[in-house]
Design a protein around this ligand. Sequence first.
Ligand SMILES: Cc1cc2nc3c(=O)[nH]c(=O)nc-3n(C[C@H](O)[C@H](O)[C@H](O)COP(=O)(O)OP(=O)(O)OC[C@H]3O[C@@H](n4cnc5c(N)ncnc54)[C@H](O)[C@@H]3O)c2cc1C
Length: 414
Amino acid sequence: MSDSIWRSIDTAEKSDYGKMECMEMTDVAIVGGGLCGILCAWFLKDAGVDCILLDKDRIAEGTGKDAMAQVTSQHGLIYSKLLERDGEEKARMYFQANEQAIQKYRELSEQIDCDFEETSSYVYSKNDREKIEKEIDAVDRIGGKADFCETTELPFDISGAVRFPGQAKLNPVKLLNGLVKELEKHQNIHIYEGVEIDDWFRHVIWCGIHVTVADHIICTTHIPFYEKLGKYNRKLHMEESCILALGNAQKMNGMYTDEAQGGLSFRSYGDLLLMTGGMYKPESDREAHEWEKLREAAAMYYPEAKEKASWKVQDCFSLDGIPYIGSYASERKTPGLYVATGFNGWGMTSAMTAAMLLTEIILKDKFVEAKEAVNYSWKEVFSTERKILLPQYFSNIKDTISDRFSFRPQKYKK
Ligand SMILES: Cc1cc2nc3c(=O)[nH]c(=O)nc-3n(C[C@H](O)[C@H](O)[C@H](O)COP(=O)(O)OP(=O)(O)OC[C@H]3O[C@@H](n4cnc5c(N)ncnc54)[C@H](O)[C@@H]3O)c2cc1C
């Protein structure tokens, strides 16, 4: 295994951030300097809000630097599922939130050079045309645009694919580095590294002797750091996937994802074709098997291709397929503490959605007249207080009881 292609082309010089004081006071503290945390700081930087962005390791070195970096509102066949399970309004809210996130990336790409490229996104099925047709109907019902395709750039036959026009792909390293370089210019943004937040109590977070007091605290640590409330250890699970970068393989304009869990996904970057597949619990016995399957598929579909890089990446999945964005547990139990997690392998748009929503809540509360504030009508769909009663929930409870800390060691094993 190697570094992701994004990491290996990252030659940017990294800044040294100053040491954190033992006691810091700020308006907003953002815990977790990955894509989501950085985007939160981005939206706060111009509002004159005093803001601390901190990470247990280095800033801008999180999961985003290993992802496929497809910016899309097409998250598998989610709209037919949402329509059936949660109704038309929720499905529409989810769609609108993600479309707004893409639009924000479009705007951002005018300021930050990140190889942003508009393209179509496809979810294909190898053997179930009906599922694809159902998704197209669902998207149509909620006011989106999707069409049916049988002919694609894929190296195998399919029963059909849903095409979303107006989606995008980018280079996450350029994006993250560009954002951080801009943030560094703002005196109200203070960045600290090597600070692993252990605990929270009423507007206070700490890491050993370092204590930060903030009116608002945003947790963007991928896996939420505070275990006593919110039940995230039961509501989330980690999954890992393998990615290959192939040279001398076909170039693809679109981005392709199998509707089947763990199926193959494809996108090109320059001369490389990125191909991902498999989905397994981190450290499970299935890892070697998934790598073998992915390499076999690469050899079968692209016999002339050469493997240039291979890496794996983890993401945090929610049980109902929707991220948690909002108050950590509830306004009453965790005042001033917010969370964004459970991005389900779609953290480019979800991180943006989260940053837009959480900073709006904070700005509205603290600085902006209510009438001036943006009101994201879709926020309810991401509510952290929504009820879920699914078999996975009970299975997670069992795991938690049998191994109180089974959830924690899965953090960031790369
Ligand atoms: C195979 C695969 C492919 C993917 N491809 C795509 C894609 O094409 N499109 C897409 O939209 N999404 C994709 N994703 C998902 C996406 O990459 C992630 O959802 C997203 O990067 C998560 O961003 P984040 O900011 O939440 O987390 P991260 O980027 O991981 O950042 C979290 C940060 O928090 C820090 N941290 C953790 N704990 C603490 C603590 N206690 N104190 C302080 N700091 C802490 C970490 O060091 C880290 O820097 C993919 C995921 C997988 C598995």
